[in-house]
Design a protein around this ligand. Structure first.
Ligand SMILES: C[S@@+](CC[C@H](N)C(=O)[O-])C[C@H]1O[C@@H](n2cnc3c(N)ncnc32)[C@H](O)[C@@H]1O
Length: 255
């Protein structure tokens, strides 16, 4: 199928945080602190979740020499948690948003020797990689933002480039097929936002809108894991808290 990334890039802002002329470095650091505060309010268990990602990647990267590919690095929150505690890991950090990668470079300043930044759409980047050549690919909080059709194109590229036995690690939000559990977890997520952003009603409004939109287009975890299995992965959820899961998917079949 012909792939046109512009179909999927609505809302990407080309602006840079370095457009603040007076003190770009401190501006970037302040934004990173603010982001950490918001993340902790939205996902109080974020450090545990990142520990699980780290463990999966470390297991993998100790036995391989190639770099781990991270899709949707953003400002590097997950990346930092990996690199700080895995000094031998090399990462290729892919994101199509230049300003977010610039901010990641500020956050990751003491790890730049471990990183190659790629300003690119995820599919376009993966299409530059040979079949069966990458041992580990990780992504966090990226796929749920994307239309299902596009997620599937990414997953098929991920599967193609992973080496046999290679590992895909995906941390993201997914509901359950069971509507009672699903609705209850969604209700808890919205209640958490209301409770944790009482002092910032505009954030509360925006995040409720964002999660409601995600919920409406959610692929339930059972369907996602089943889809990965059908593609030739052995897939399981190795961490679950509320709507958040960490999926580890090992490529067991080549096409
Ligand atoms: C919610 S952020 C998550 C950032 C980071 N993974 C984390 O856990 O903090 C999602 C990131 O994915 C990037 N992204 C979304 N779609 C993408 C695509 N098609 N190709 C590359 N990056 C993409 C966005 O620019 C954004 O920085």
């Amino acid at each position: 199928m012909e792939y046109d990334p512009s179909m999927f890039q609505h809302g990407v802002k080309p602006s840079s945080q370095f457009d603040n002329p007076t003190d770009p470095l401190n501006y970037a650091l302040a934004r990173l602190n603010e982001e950490r505060d918001v993340t902790l309010r939205l996902t109080p268990h974020i450090d545990t979740l990142n520990d699980v990602i780290l463990r999966l990647i470390k297991d993998r990267s100790q036995s391989i020499s190639s770099a781990v590919v991270e899709l949707g690095t953003g400002t590097g929150a997950t990346t930092a948690s990996i690199l700080q505690r895995s000094p031998d890991t090399q990462l290729v950090c892919v994101d199509f948003n230049t300003s977010r990668l610039e901010r990641a470079a500020v956050r990751l300043a003491s790890h730049l020797g471990q990183i190659t930044f790629e300003v690119s759409d995820a599919v376009n980047y993966l299409r530059t990689i040979k079949d069966d050549s990458v041992a580990c690919i990780v992504t966090a909080s990226m796929l749920h933002n994307l239309p299902l059709q596009y997620r599937r194109i990414i997953l098929s590229e991920v599967h193609r480039v992973l080496s046999p036995g290679g590992m895909f690690v995906d941390a993201d939000k997914h509901g359950y097929r069971d509507p009672h559990i699903d609705e209850e977890l969604f209700r808890q997520q919205i209640a958490l936002i209301a409770q944790n952003f009482m002092d910032k009603p505009e954030y509360s409004r925006d995040w409720v809108a964002h999660f409601t939109e995600d919920y409406d287009k959610d692929e339930k975890r059972e369907d996602y894991l089943g889809y990965l299995e059908d593609m030739g992965f052995e897939a399981q959820s190795v961490f679950g808290f509320g709507l958040d899961i960490v999926v580890s998917a090992q490529k067991i079949k080549t096409k």
